[in-house]
Design a protein around this ligand. Structure first.
Ligand SMILES: Cc1cn([C@H]2C[C@H](O)[C@@H](COP(=O)(O)OP(=O)(O)O[C@H]3O[C@H](C)C(=O)[C@H](O)[C@H]3O)O2)c(=O)[nH]c1=O
Length: 175
């Protein structure tokens, strides 16, 4: 696997390096040693999947607060998504900046998102699915969010959301 830095410190695009032969391919999706060699200490404790039937479904922007702030490795396994990471780390030189990366099942690219960054996506196809590896147990009482259209951040999205949760619709302005 190859690690491609982004403008947000510690947020890395992870590109697959399939080993191909006459049978097909074998692709390492996560490896503690490869991540450590890239300077990322990441030990998942949860693997989850997000299924989204409709195009332009929006989920996010979410993060989990301390003491269970989470790092996650997010990969599109069906269709394509416009994936967004927002840096909310007060000490980050990219504080309040966001990036967008297209994740697709065809490319198999993933995003590593460190603690303190909010994550969200808008699906670009029907039946888009994402796999997550997360390094903290789910703690609903520590769930926090930023609204997709919060004027404080000006996140660019490819379309108006077709469907989102009421929770995501009503996160307060960040100020
Ligand atoms: C987030 C999460 C949820 N759940 C359970 C709790 C609920 O019963 C159900 C749906 O949860 P929620 O509506 O919070 O899921 P999303 O709105 O897709 O949230 C996710 O979407 C954004 C884009 C993310 O990056 C996060 O991983 C996560 O916040 O899954 C779990 O069991 N573990 C988890 O880590």
């Amino acid at each position: 696997m190859m690690f491609r830095p982004t403008p947000l410190p510690g947020v890395m695009e992870v590109l697959p390096a399939p080993s191909r032969d006459a049978r097909g391919a074998f692709t390492r999706l996560w490896c503690a040693e490869d991540f450590a060699a890239a300077g990322i200490g990441f030990r998942p404790v949860q693997a989850s999947r997000s299924d989204n039937a409709r195009r332009h479904t929006l989920r996010g922007m979410h993060y989990q607060a301390a003491p269970r702030a989470e790092a996650k490795l997010v990969r599109c396994i069906s269709g394509r998504v416009h994936d967004v990471v927002l840096d909310l780390r007060p000490d980050s030189p990219a504080h309040r900046r966001w990036i967008a990366v297209t994740l697709s099942a065809r490319e198999g690219n993933a995003l590593f998102i460190p603690p303190g960054c909010a994550h969200g996506f808008m699906t670009l196809t029907e039946d888009a699915a994402l796999d997550y590896l997360i390094d903290a147990p789910h703690a609903p009482e520590l769930a926090r969010g930023v609204r997709w259209d919060d004027p404080a951040f000006g996140i660019a999205w490819p379309a108006t959301p077709a469907v989102m949760s009421e929770r995501d619709r009503s996160w307060p302005d960040h100020g």
